[in-house]
Design a protein around this ligand. Sequence first.
Ligand SMILES: Nc1nc2c(ncn2[C@@H]2O[C@H](COP(=O)(O)OP(=O)(O)OP(=O)(O)O)[C@@H](O)[C@H]2O)c(=O)[nH]1
Length: 740
Amino acid sequence: MSKMRVYEYAKEHKLTSKEIISNLEGLGYSVKSHMSIIEDNAIKQLNKKLKIKTVTVHQAETAKPKKKNEEGPVSQTKIKDTRANRPTREMNEKPSGVTKGRQEINRKTGTANDSSDGNRFGGGSRRSGGRRNSRSNSRRRGAQQHGSHQRQEIRLPEKITLSGSLTVGQFAEKLGRPSTDIIKKLMALGVMATKNQDLDKETVELLAADYGVSVEEEVVVDEASFEDEGLGIDEETAVIRPPVVTIMGHVDHGKTTLLDSIRHTKITAGEAGGITQHIGAYQVTHDGKKITFLDTPGHAAFTTMRARGAEITDITVLVVAADDGVMPQTIEAIHHARAAKVPIIVAVNKIDKPNANPDHVMQELSEQGLVPEDWGGDTIFVKISAKKGTGIDDLLEMILLVAEIEEFKANPEKLARGAVIEAQLDKGKGPVATLLIQNGTLKIGDPIVVGNTFGRVRAMVNDVGRRVKKVGPSTPVEITGLNNVPLAGDQFIVFEDEKKARQIGEIRAERALITERKETTSKVSLDDLFEKIKEGEMKEINVVIKADVQGSVEALSGSLKKIDVDGVKINIIHAGVGGISESDIILASASNAIIIGFNVRPDNHAKKVAEEEKVDIRLYRVIYDAIDEMEAAMKGMLDPEYKEKVIGQLEVRTIFKVSKIGTIAGCYVTDGKISKDAGIRLVRNGVVIYEGHVDTLKRFKDDAKEVKSGFECGVTLENFNDIKEGDTMEAYIMEEVQPK
Ligand SMILES: Nc1nc2c(ncn2[C@@H]2O[C@H](COP(=O)(O)OP(=O)(O)OP(=O)(O)O)[C@@H](O)[C@H]2O)c(=O)[nH]1
């Protein structure tokens, strides 16, 4: 028997590398990793042991503590006891509305601003009490001996719960007291309140304290910030999911070639025959196991996703060309993968090249801390030729091996969660987004919130262009049915009902708008603007874009930037979320820009300023209308090319000299026509002796716009009187050459 690696032995015996490692360790061997070599002797011992002890190993496995993605069930509410005993000082810091009344309360009752005195509302008898409200709760709840409480027969609750604010009526209901009691109490304290008036948290707490009732604050989990919850992976029910792999490396080292090579040789079994479709990610099957590859190589995309909070990559394949070695972007890629704590597999590419030097690559990478297993390290190196397809199977096998060790898991039975890989606006389909399912299963019809937009999954198409009805974890799928275009890296969540999805989607859009507004108000700078205008000679149209959500802003900016009509481009000087404001108008006015509003309108003040400043505001509800109109406007804006078109010929038959007017040529139109706005070339004996414009054109005594062939007319020329009988006139116009 010869020696073999741990994973090879595991594969042969249909066990996991982990199991083999723990068995070897049980036999007293020290094993570094799944790539470690097992010597002949150990194999013999292992064979012997496994026959007897396989069961034990499994038991040991199940008893192990859970490792990754360990999260408890997501609880909806957390109860926090805020005990109604707040320092009076806080009240004085917030003098507004109902809250303001409490300041007066303190003055009236003469209660000291001191938290040790809990009886802020009580008046005479209370003031001498000096007890802390929270401590006196039970006594008061019981006998209700003092003041108005004596008359109340219904027992007060021990505590009430509060989330946000309560109306007077709601508060009364919670206490089991008539609203009038509460209103009276507030009145006594100098606050005039109606039943429907909102009481803020502090007021509720103070009133409750006065009744000796404690207040528990219900902290509702903010469902609109679903990113904060994590993916909700439940280890108890989680099952293994395919790994998601990103390929990184230096320019020209073969990332794209590798992605293509894997895709073409390994299209998901059963899906062969489908039409390869670029949706930003694809899945292949190797040894009956799936692997998902993100189709956008390079760390820019990887980092953009991460910057947006989406951590979708499980494994990084670092491509290094064997004929070029470690390059700046190779090192960058290592840093990015490390920052994301993603395991790295090195693919030493282009080994088919005569000058390939894989050892050199290994040595250079060792210096970066990626030491090959053969050299005692723990980094997997695979030698490949992406071009020739060499070593692709080995690479896939290593990816599956790492996946086996890492145990990437998800709960297919849950509602789907995940991230956007890419998204765009399709002319026919509307917003289209490729989603990667990270947990749960996504189904047609699912109400979904994606980034700051929402919708209902209308259709799903997989990476080979097939329509699918549901997709599980680690699967990329292109969906339609969203209201707007999300951004790559945005996260998504499916809700049970559409109403909820809409509600959450709207909250998120609103929040994004507020954040955006805060950011943009400080960004606008006229100085920058003038700098930009001074730059270069290139003709460009300045545009300010305002839209309802960030997705639309980006979709619109992206499409407008792509418009290029004979070298004239659109220059977006400012783009933001929110209504069109005065500052947008001023900006547009100063930079001679057009404002494009998508699903937003200018407020009245902005409208007025726009009129004064003569700023053009264009409002659209369909992104494509905006783009089409801009393009058309740009065609009109180009310096038009003109060519002359002769429209008529005239003969000068008589001359009238009129002192005040000058020379009137009595003409006959021999061909075509003459029009008032035509250009005229006066030709005498084949020589052009005048070129200019018609001054007056008359039929008998009346002004005429045009006179056609076969008719007579009187013509005077602009600043020219030397017209003679027998001259001919050529009438022409300049015609714009339409751009193709
Ligand atoms: N001989 C050989 N050439 C290869 C191999 N893999 C890629 N190439 C060639 O290397 C060049 C660059 O390959 P790409 O796949 O475009 O490299 P990339 O890393 O995606 O490059 P960027 O997209 O520019 O970052 C192409 O001409 C490929 O044909 C290989 O295994 N052997």
